[in-house]
Design a protein around this ligand. Structure first.
Ligand code: PBG
Length: 326
């Protein structure tokens, strides 16, 4: 008698059968596409450590969002590179700042057809390059959250849908929610970088956005990668403070934190597959050591499988083309 049990291979018998029993699905609708906009730029500029990603002048943004929208990607995340930095990051909350202009251009041209998200942080805008303001050589929490609130408000005025604070200051979500509500922007969502880890995977982004700290490091505000329990407490705090969506960052080395967050909380969950994750794949593929598209999809599926409802990824456009057969 042959053994009748557990012939799992029956589930893999044909392409269609495999499609039918597929447990994790990924589509371009899961993606948030990052966009870097640089003030004063005339033409698109390549970012060396992130092949395929460019910094754009503001006049190019409408075209770029058109391409993203044609790929059925529902959201963009705006990062700005201002032409002037100072001690207090004034250009971050300027009504005519680079991010504010970009947001209003997209809003004017796409209305509700694209979800506009914007990074709320200080590091690109201050001389010190830290995510908060510096006082006596330390990062000062409470003055920082006042400025972060001003940034969020200026973005709301420009027409943003979602503000995404990434400074990891305590109380930033609460302060921003209060500020938005008081000014009549109760419809603007917050997607906080709730558990943003102290990570070496950010270095290509720091090249791209010129935001490396000029002294010290970010250890006094970002979560240590050894501390998943502390990451969960950050997420818990942000939910209590009123975030609409939580985010875990980076993604690939933090799948355990994503899975645990999904298990514990009933809140939309986002993950940020950061610049270093992208650069690793690009560099190895460039050497001919791995297949870029296959590896990229495997990573993005893993992030989804771990529990992310959506993800910020530099592969958004290329993965969308593969998934949608475009
Ligand atoms: C700045 C910011 C960083 C990233 C997004 N926002 C860098 C940092 O904290 O140093 C990293 C994104 C990436 O690496 O793709 N607050």
């Amino acid at each position: 008698m042959s053994f009748p049990t557990r012939r799992l291979r029956r589930l893999r018998i044909s392409e269609k059968m495999r499609e039918l029993v597929q447990e994790t699905r990924l589509s371009s609708r899961d993606f948030i596409c990052p966009i870097f906009i640089q003030e004063g730029l005339k033409t698109r500029q390549k970012i060396e450590s992130m092949p395929g990603i460019e910094r754009l002048p503001v006049d190019e943004v409408v075209d770029e969002v058109g391409t993203i929208s044609d790929l059925n990607i529902p959201a963009v995340m705006i990062f700005g590179l201002p032409s002037k930095k100072d001690d207090v990051g004034s250009s971050s909350f300027d009504e005519n700042g680079i991010v504010q202009k970009t947001i209003s251009e997209i809003r004017k041209n796409y209305g509700e057809k694209m979800v506009i998200m914007a990074d709320v942080c200080l590091c690109q805008y201050t001389l010190a390059g830290h995510c908060g303001l510096v006082k006596d050589k330390k990062i000062d929490n409470d003055s920082s959250i006042e400025t972060l609130t001003k940034i969020a408000l200026s973005q709301a005025k420009a027409g943003v849908d979602v503000v995404s604070p990434s400074a990891m200051m305590d109380g930033q979500v609460f302060a921003i929610r209060l500020g938005l509500d008081d000014a009549g922007y109760s419809d603007v969502l917050i997607m906080s970088h709730s558990a943003k880890h102290y990570s070496s995977f950010y270095s290509p982004f720091r090249d791209a956005a010129e935001c490396a700290p000029k002294f010290g490091d970010r250890k006094s505000y970002q979560v240590p990668y050894t501390n998943p329990r502390e990451a969960i407490r950050e997420i818990e705090a942000d939910i209590k403070e009123g975030t609409d969506i939580v985010m875990i960052k980076p993604a690939l080395a933090y799948l355990d934190v994503i899975a645990e967050t999904k298990r514990r909380f009933n809140v939309p969950l986002s993950a940020y597959s950061v610049s270093g994750e992208y650069a690793l794949v690009k560099a190895a593929a460039n050497q001919g050591w791995i297949q870029e598209n296959d590896v990229a999809l495997e990573i993005l599926y893993a992030i989804k499988r771990a529990g992310a409802d959506m993800m910020v990824t530099y592969f958004a456009k290329s993965a969308a083309k593969m998934l949608e057969n475009l």
